[in-house]
Design a protein around this ligand. Structure first.
Ligand code: GLN
Length: 545
């Protein structure tokens, strides 16, 4: 029977609940258990994909094309378990399906209420995930902070789990803050006491407390928290601030959190334990690094920490694989102008332009592409980044004045990026988007084929516009390699400039599939090129503009 672990958060948001949950998932998986994870999000959006990255950070895309919360990215990176749309539910989706059922007459005769109808819907959704596979453990993270109005139905639903399934199958972990008060030079336990009290008022007694702290907790603190929160002292653990998120699973393993969970849930011990050696070796490798590469990420959501989460993580994995330290220069594309472009882009060993929507900052991105192409600086364009590369190439190499994407200029004389005929008929929000995994065939001459070491790959998409096929012959005549195509050759998935040290664009989002111990081939190739560039910068190519 599947065991359920519910992770809640208290005191304040941003305590790292996603990473803590993912770390625990990773540790349990390392014991050989079949683990999956779930995020319950308390907002009313039915489609998390419609939220602005400015507000809610990156939208993480799964193979099945679901647009999900960025915590699913942590889950995939830490546990290496592939997530799908069923691993993320929002309050909006729950209400949507309750109201649909009500309209259909499923509840005829009854008054439809939060308890039991909404809570039953939540429980049903969690249990359906359990039915999908023979999981040993499902880790369910509840978004938001205990005490919020929004998350109450989720908390009520998870409160009922031990009642329905038996207490031995469920475990509650509460992540709380133990702040250090500089003036008193003391760790304070009161906020945790209050937050656990709020949880107990709802009827949930946490089994395990994870205390986010800046400083080491003493035995006295542990005893005090345990006593006031009604948790045994050996179930009070520390989630100490770490310089590196990938150190957290090891930090937890040292305290034997995994053992405590296994014991409490009565999980069978027979599973073959996989070693944490690979993870430890990665951390040791990181410590030995002495060369740095500086990568410019040119985007619109630069000031938002989480908007390009998977991009930053994928760069990090690739840096470790290349034994270099990564320094990221976040460059706001809005600030780049023809007169102000040299200085912010100077001294970069590589330039990456991530995905994005909307006109703002596009001309700045085109300038950054121009710089990278002409100076022989390694360039990696992802989705919008590839589209900007094509706009730049069309304007300055193919000399097509006014070349643009139809997304940004309806009346452009040369829509090198456009909606395809089949897409134009669909108008609903999100409906036109190409989402999820598609197979791509690589040209064997391409750098991409060399990076992947395979002729066919599968990557995740999230975009509306495509390369306009009308311009394909022109691009090829001017020396651009259409390095990747869909299997039917109808869509361009990758482009490269063969006589540039590393100039690669992809229509998909490779960042979602990068893992700490398995850097993504394209990111690894890009950082490899950046490392070479840092040692001996390429001779600039002859100017074309
Ligand atoms: N805005 C572009 C499109 O819709 C690119 C999207 C993206 O970068 N994810 O095609």
């Amino acid at each position: 029977m599947t065991k359920f672990i519910f992770v809640t958060g208290g005191v304040i948001s941003s305590l790292g609940k996603g990473i803590s949950s993912a770390s625990i998932g990773m540790l349990l998986k390392s014991h050989g258990y079949r683990v999956t994870m779930m995020k319950l999000d308390p907002y009313l959006n039915v489609d998390p994909g419609t939220m602005s990255p400015f507000q809610h950070g990156e939208v993480f895309v799964t193979d099945d094309g679901a647009e999900t919360d960025l915590d699913l990215g942590h889950y995939e990176r830490f546990t290496d378990v592939t997530m799908s749309g069923s691993n993320n539910i929002t309050t909006g989706q729950i209400y949507y399906s309750v109201i649909t059922k009500e309209r259909r007459g499923d509840y005829l005769g009854s008054t439809v209420q939060v308890v039991p109808h909404v809570t039953d819907e939540i429980k049903g959704t969690i249990l359906r995930l359990a039915d999908q596979d023979s999981y040993d453990v499902i880790l369910c993270e509840i978004g938001g902070t205990v005490g919020d109005i929004e998350s109450l139905p989720f908390l009520e639903a998870i409160r009922q789990f031990p009642y329905d399934l038996g207490g031995e199958h469920c475990l509650y972990i509460h992540l709380t803050l133990v702040p250090y008060l500089q003036a008193a030079q003391e760790l304070k336990t009161k906020p945790s006491q209050h937050s656990v009290r709020a949880l107990r008022e709802i009827g949930i007694q946490p089994d395990i407390l994870l205390c986010r702290t800046e400083q080491a907790m003493s035995e006295t603190h542990r005893q005090k928290i345990a006593m006031f929160c009604n948790v045994t002292p050996d179930h009070v653990f520390e989630a100490r601030d770490a310089d590196d998120i990938y150190a957290i699973p090891l930090q937890f393993a040292e305290q034997r959190i995994d053992r405590a969970i296994i014991k409490k849930l009565g999980l069978p011990r027979s599973k073959a334990a996989q070693e944490l050696d690979g993870w430890r070796a990665m951390m040791t490798r990181i410590q030995a690094i002495d060369q740095t590469v500086r990568i410019g990420v040119v985007g619109k959501y630069i000031e938002h920490q989480d908007a390009y989460k998977s991009i930053y993580e994928a760069l990090r994995h690739a840096a470790v694989a290349n034994d270099v330290e990564l320094e990221i220069a976040r460059i706001d594309s809005d600030t780049l102008t023809p007169d102000h472009c040299e200085e912010p882009l100077a001294g970069l060993s590589g330039i990456l332009i991530p995905g994005g929507f909307g006109q703002r900052g596009v001309e700045g991105k085109v300038l950054a592409v121009h710089h990278a192409r002409e100076r022989g600086v390694p360039y990696f364009g992802i989705c919008l980044g590839m589209q900007c590369a094509l706009i730049e190439f069309a304007r300055h190499v193919c000399r097509l004045e006014g070349a643009h994407s139809r997304e940004f200029d309806e009346d452009t004389p040369h829509p090198v990026i456009d909606l395809l005929a089949t897409q134009k008929t669909i108008t609903t929000m999100g409906g036109t988007m190409r989402l999820g995994a598609y197979t791509c065939h690589l040209d064997e001459r391409s750098k991409a084929a060399a990076c992947y070491g395979a002729p066919q790959i599968s990557e995740r998409h999230r975009h509306r516009y495509e390369v306009n096929n009308k311009y394909r012959p022109m691009f090829e005549e001017h020396g651009l390699l259409l390095a990747g195509l869909t299997l039917d050759h109808r869509l361009v998935e990758m482009i490269e400039i063969p006589d540039h040290p590393w100039f690669v664009g992809c229509q998909f989002h490779p960042e979602f599939k990068s893992r700490p111990l398995r850097a993504h081939p394209l990111f690894a190739g890009f950082i490899g090129a950046a490392k070479r560039h840092a040692l001996s910068p390429a001779v600039p190519l002859p100017s074309t503009a």
